[in-house]
Ligand binder design. Structure first.
Ligand code: CS2
Length: 499
């Protein structure tokens, strides 16, 4: 692996091989203005890179403290490197390499939650941003309300000064700031959820109301939760990526990230005291209303990603790039965009949705990005509502057919059953995995019974979809076809039937 290389550290930066971009500013002058909850690969390849590029132009107040809400891994890898890491931008034309310096420190919340609250309450901190994934919000995906019975939320109600959840940390730190007469920070949600800022504001408000009505009112009056649309494809880092980063830079990095060239960040410009990095100088779009961008991205990109993840996995494809190389699944996803999603999504100003979909296919085909179908298939119960079911509802409202969406949802249903098409066990990762398994086991083998049983999970399907005969019939037909014919043939039959 990387034993022959010196470790990545401030003192070894000058040894980086030619062609490696290094922080173009004095890191010792970087003060922490952002606390980021959930500093995974995505945030390090997206928000941190925008911020990094900005520092080359205006160094100062926007260093980042990362907080891991669960495991110590990121801290254990990053802190021996003083927060430095390598970002590899890859496509079919090659790789470009950058060492990133804007992460000042990484904390592990379960080890010292009080210290995390203190870091967030520091008056220099103006922004608390988050990428904690869909399940990190303790939300009921179908209703958008806080799951008050979630064990971690119950914990945070009993121990408000030592929280576990993102919502608990935000409220504890806002409370501290209120008590000390400080302005709140801006809360910047960067997860793939609809109206993510508004949603998080209402979760924090739900939680605050359970604790103290005065605090709830203060948060509602003073805090700000702009919504954002974030986009960049960033697969999980592998051992090969670690070896490649060391080979390219000459420095051993335990925590590189790999990403595609494309990126997009659309942010509602509602920051407390207008205190924010000038991210627009490096390509972010600051807008009044993020909703059209977010609908486009969640429904076209993420909707297609989930559809390809389930059908591709079942058809034996390891990555999204492999899946869209398969002519049948490529035609399937093109039809999904053209015939089922685009007709019911409004385009953001100046955007042509057919071009956008064409670009998505190019991005998905990037052979240098090995984005595993298994990785995207994770947490489907939290992803389906905003990615595929929202489009299904739009189509039903206009009385339009939805055979491809039904096949994608059927793919998910087949997948969470836990056995693949060749009889092998699937490693299903989902907060509802065991519930889904029980529900399906109890339903027996008849496809319509299995569909009926799963549609009964209100947190995923709400109360409307199970009552809509058109949806139930489409899903039952797709699922039956998937069971008898397999994912690839089921998609091929849809295409040859003229859908
Ligand atoms: C993917 C997203 O893992 C997933 O569910 O669909 O992470 C996707 O790659 C990003 O949203 C792209 O911006």
């Amino acid at each position: 692996m990387a034993e022959n290389h010196p470790l990545l550290a401030p003192a070894t930066l000058t040894l980086a091989k030619a062609g490696t971009q290094r922080p173009a500013y004095d890191r010792s002058r970087l003060r922490t203005g952002i606390v980021h909850l959930g500093l995974g690969a995505f945030a390090r390849a997206h928000q941190a890179l925008y911020t990094e590029e900005l520092h080359a132009a205006e160094i100062g107040d926007w260093g980042m403290t990362g907080v891991s809400l669960q495991r110590p891994d990121q801290r254990d890898r990053l802190m021996p490197q003083a927060g430095l890491y390598t970002a590899l931008q890859k496509d079919r034309t090659g790789v470009s390499v950058r060492i990133v310096g804007c992460v000042n420190s990484v904390m592990v919340a379960p080890e010292d939650p009080v210290a995390v609250v203190e870091a967030m309450a520091n008056p220099r901190v103006k922004i608390v941003s988050l990428t904690v994934t869909e399940k990190g919000y303790c939300i009921d995906p179908a209703t958008g309300r806080l799951q008050q019975n979630h064990p971690d939320i119950r914990h945070d109600l009993e121990h408000p000064g030592e929280p576990r959840t993102a919502v608990g940390f935000i409220l504890a730190a806002l409370e501290r700031r209120r008590d000390e007469g400080m302005a709140p920070f801006t809360v910047l949600c960067c997860d793939n959820l609809p109206s993510n800022g508004r949603l998080l504001a209402s979760l924090v408000s739900d939680f605050a109301a359970l604790r103290d009505c005065g605090l709830a009112t203060w948060v509602e009056t003073h805090a700000s939760f702009p919504s954002t649309m974030v986009d960049r494809i960033v697969p999980a880092t592998t051992a090969e990526d670690i070896a490649e980063a060391a080979r390219l830079t000459g420095l051993a990095d335990a925590a590189p990230v790999v990403h595609e060239p494309f990126r997009q960040w659309v942010i509602e410009d509602r920051f407390i005291e207008n205190a924010r990095p000038r991210w627009e100088r490096v390509g972010a779009e600051l807008v009044g209303d993020v909703v059209p961008y977010e609908h486009m991205k969640l429904r076209l990109l993420n909707g297609a990603h989930s559809a390809l993840a389930y059908l591709g996995y079942l058809a034996g494809h390891e990555t999204i790039a492999d899946t869209v190389e398969d002519p049948v699944l490529r035609a399937f996803v093109q039809g999904l965009w053209r015939d089922e999603i685009i007709p019911v999504v409004s385009a953001p100003p100046g955007t042509d949705l057919s071009n956008y979909a064409w670009m998505l296919l190019e991005r998905f085909s990037n052979p240098a990005i090995r984005h595993r179908t298994w990785q995207i298939a994770m947490d489907g119960s939290q992803k389906l509502p905003q990615r595929l079911l929202a489009t299904a509802r739009e189509r039903l409202a206009h009385n339009l057919p939805l055979p491809r969406i039904a096949l994608a949802v059927a793919g998910w249903l087949r997948y969470v059953g836990g056995i693949d098409e060749s009889g092998r066990e699937i490693g299903v990762r989902d907060p509802l995995a065991s519930h889904l398994r029980t529900v399906l086991d109890q339903a027996g083998h008849e496809p319509q019974h299995r569909v009926h049983a799963v549609l009964g999970i209100e947190a995923i399907f709400g109360s409307d979809l199970p009552r809509d005969v058109r949806f139930v019939d489409a899903l039952t037909a797709a699922y039956t076809r998937l069971l008898t014919r397999g994912a690839r043939n089921a998609a091929a039959e849809l295409i040859s039937a003229g859908f």
